[in-house]
Design a protein around this ligand. Structure first.
Ligand SMILES: CC(=O)N[C@H]1[C@@H](OP(=O)(O)OP(=O)(O)OC[C@H]2O[C@@H](n3ccc(=O)[nH]c3=O)[C@H](O)[C@@H]2O)O[C@H](CO)[C@@H](O)[C@@H]1O
Ligand SMILES: C=C(OP(=O)(O)O)C(=O)O
Length: 434
C-alpha cells in the first residue's frame, strides 16, 4: 500500500475548490440504476469507491461515457443485466449495500457481499438494511460469500421506525420506496447534508419524497423514474478538512463553499480551539488570531468537549480532524464518539509524535494539547479521516514524517496530495501503486 512522506512545518495557504461528497455521490450512483433513461452527473470525483461502482456498472452491461478526470459522466442503464450467481458487488466499501434496492427493482434479486464494512470503525450493522428489505417484501438468505436477496416486483410500500438515524439505511429505504406500490414512511430518518443531496437527486429523477432534511420521510411510489442532469455540491467534509489544514499549519486557506447553512455547529466547534471561521461570497476562511488554545468552560468539573452523533449533531466522520487540532491546541479537550465503538483505537498512534491523548473508554478520548511534537513514522488504520488527521499533524511538525498505508484517503478525496502541494505542502506518495 502506498505511504505518504510529509516534510512538515510549512504554513499552507491559498484557495481550494473542494470535490463532491463521496457519501452523496455513491447513493446517487446507485440510484441511477433505477431508470432506463440516461443520467448525466457533473463533478463526479475520481476516487476509488466511485471507480469500483463504475466497474460493476460496466460489467453489468451499462454504458458509462466520459472521463473521471473531467468529472462529467453520462450513465445509461438500458441494456443492463444482473445475475446474483455470477455478478459480485464491490467489497470493502459501505455503499455496496445501496446497490441492492435498484437491483431488486430491476431484476428481482441482489447480493450483499460479506465485506461491506467500509472504514474499520467497529461493528457496522447489516441487520437494519436487511430489515428494511424484508419490510418491502424481500427474502434474505445466506449464500456463499454473500447474503442473497430476492423480491417480487414491485416492492410493497412499507412503514418503518428505525432504531437509529442510520445514513445508508435511510437512503436504502428511499431507494426501495421510490418505485414501490403505495406510500411508505420512515421515522427516525437520517438528515445529513449528503442524505439531503441524495433526496434532492431522487426528486429530480421524479421520485415523490417529502420531508428531506427532517426525521420523517414520506415516499409515494411512482411507476418509473426518468433521466436527469445533476451537478454535485462541494463536500462539507472537504471544506472542513482544508480549513483545518490551514489552521493547524498556521497558514490561511480559503475554501469554496456554497452551503454555509450547514456550518454553524462546525464553526462553534472550531472556535472551541481558537479557530475563527467566516463565510462570505461563497468562500470560507479560517483564522487563528491568538494561537490554537482550548476555550475553558465556565462549568466546574467539566472538560471542553465535542460530541459526535447523527446530524444535526457534530458529524462523526470529522472527529479525527478535530482530534488533530486538539492535540495541537493548548489545554484539554474531550472528544466523544457517540456512534461507533471501535473508532478511537488509532489515537494511541499519536504518542509517536510526542502527543498526549488518553482514551478513557471506547467512545471518548481526551487530548492534553500544546505539547512539543516531533516528526514520526505512523501507521494509518483503514479509516479515511484518520489518515488525514495523521497527515495534518505531520504537516504541522517541522521535519520528515511518514504515514504508512495512507490509501484510505483515496476513497474520498480526489487529487488530495496535489491540492496540498498547490497550498505549499511538501508531500508525496511513495511505494507500490503510488
Ligand atoms: C457511505 C456512507 O454514507 N457512510 C457513512 C454512513 O455509514 P453508515 O450508513 O454505514 O452508518 P450508520 O449510520 O448506518 O451506522 C453508524 C453506526 O450506528 C450503528 N447503528 C446503525 C443502525 C442501527 O439501527 N443501530 C445502530 O446502532 C451501527 O452499528 C454503526 O456503528 O454514516 C456514518 C455515520 O454518519 C458515516 O460514518 C459513514 O461515513
Ligand atoms: C467512514 C466513511 O466511509 P464508509 O462508510 O464508506 O466507510 C467516511 O466517509 O468517513
Amino acid at each position: 500500500m502506498p505511504d505518504l512522506i510529509v516534510h512538515g512545518g510549512r504554513p499552507l495557504s491559498g484557495r481550494i475548490t473542494p470535490s463532491a461528497n463521496k457519501n452523496a455521490v455513491l447513493p446517487i450512483l446507485s440510484a441511477t440504476l433505477l431508470t432506463r433513461e440516461p443520467v448525466t452527473l457533473r463533478g463526479v470525483p475520481d476516487i476509488t469507491d466511485v471507480r469500483k461502482i463504475l466497474a460493476v456498472f460496466r460489467e453489468l452491461g451499462s454504458r458509462v461515457e466520459g472521463e473521471l478526470k473531467d468529472g462529467v459522466l453520462r450513465i445509461h442503464h438500458e441494456h443492463t443485466n444482473f445475475d446474483p450467481a455470477v455478478n459480485k458487488l464491490p467489497e470493502e466499501m459501505r455503499s455496496s449495500v445501496m446497490l441492492v434496492p435498484p437491483l431488486l427493482a430491476r431484476f428481482g434479486s441482489a447480493r450483499i457481499e460479506n465485506d461491506v464494512q467500509g472504514c474499520t470503525l467497529g461493528v457496522r450493522e447489516i441487520d437494519p438494511h436487511v430489515e428494511v428489505f424484508e419490510g418491502f417484501g424481500a427474502q434474505v438468505e445466506r449464500g456463499p460469500g454473500a447474503l442473497i436477496v430476492h423480491a417480487r416486483r414491485p416492492l410493497h410500500a412499507h412503514r418503518r421506525w428505525l432504531d437509529y438515524a442510520s445514513v445508508t439505511t435511510t437512503e436504502n429505504f428511499v431507494l426501495c420506496a421510490a418505485l414501490a406500490d403505495g406510500e411508505s414512511e420512515l421515522t427516525n430518518a437520517a438528515s445529513e447534508p449528503h442524505v439531503q443531496e441524495f433526496c434532492e437527486f431522487m426528486r429530480r429523477m421524479g421520485a415523490k419524497v417529502e420531508g428531506c432534511g427532517t426525521s420523517r420521510l414520506t415516499v409515494t411510489g411512482v411507476d418509473e423514474l426518468h433521466g436527469v442532469d445533476f451537478t454535485f455540491v462541494e463536500d462539507f467534509h472537504e471544506v472542513v478538512t482544508f480549513l483545518a489544514l490551514g489552521a493547524i499549519t498556521g497558514g490561511n486557506v480559503e475554501v469554496k463553499n456554497s452551503a454555509p447553512q450547514f456550518f454553524p455547529l462546525l464553526d462553534r466547534s472550531f472556535a472551541k480551539m481558537g479557530v475563527e471561521v467566516t463565510h462570505e461570497g461563497g468562500w470560507s476562511r479560517a483564522f487563528v488570531p491568538n494561537g490554537l488554545k482550548v476555550r475553558e468552560p465556565f462549568t466546574r468539573n467539566m472538560l471542553q468537549k465535542i460530541e459526535a452523533a447523527p446530524w444535526p449533531y457534530f458529524p462523526v466522520d470529522l472527529l479525527p480532524i478535530f482530534i488533530a487540532l486538539g492535540v495541537r491546541a493548548e489545554g484539554q479537550m474531550m472528544f466523544w464518539n457517540k456512534v461507533y465503538d471501535g473508532a478511537l483505537g488509532w489515537t494511541s498512534e499519536l504518542s509517536k509524535f510526542g502527543a498526549h491523548a488518553f482514551q478513557s473508554d471506547p467512545h471518548r478520548v481526551i487530548t492534553f494539547g500544546g505539547k512539543k511534537l516531533v516528526p514520526a513514522e505512523v501507521d494509518s488504520p483503514y479509516i479515511i479521516r484518520v489518515a488525514i488527521a495523521l497527515l495534518m499533524l505531520a504537516s504541522s511538525i517541522e521535519g520528515k514524517s511518514t504515514i504508512y498505508n495512507g490509501t484510505p484517503i483515496r476513497r474520498a478525496h480526489p487529487r488530495f496530495v496535489e491540492n496540498l502541494v498547490s497550498l505549499g505542502a511538501n508531500i508525496e506518495w511513495v511505494g507500490a501503486d503510488a
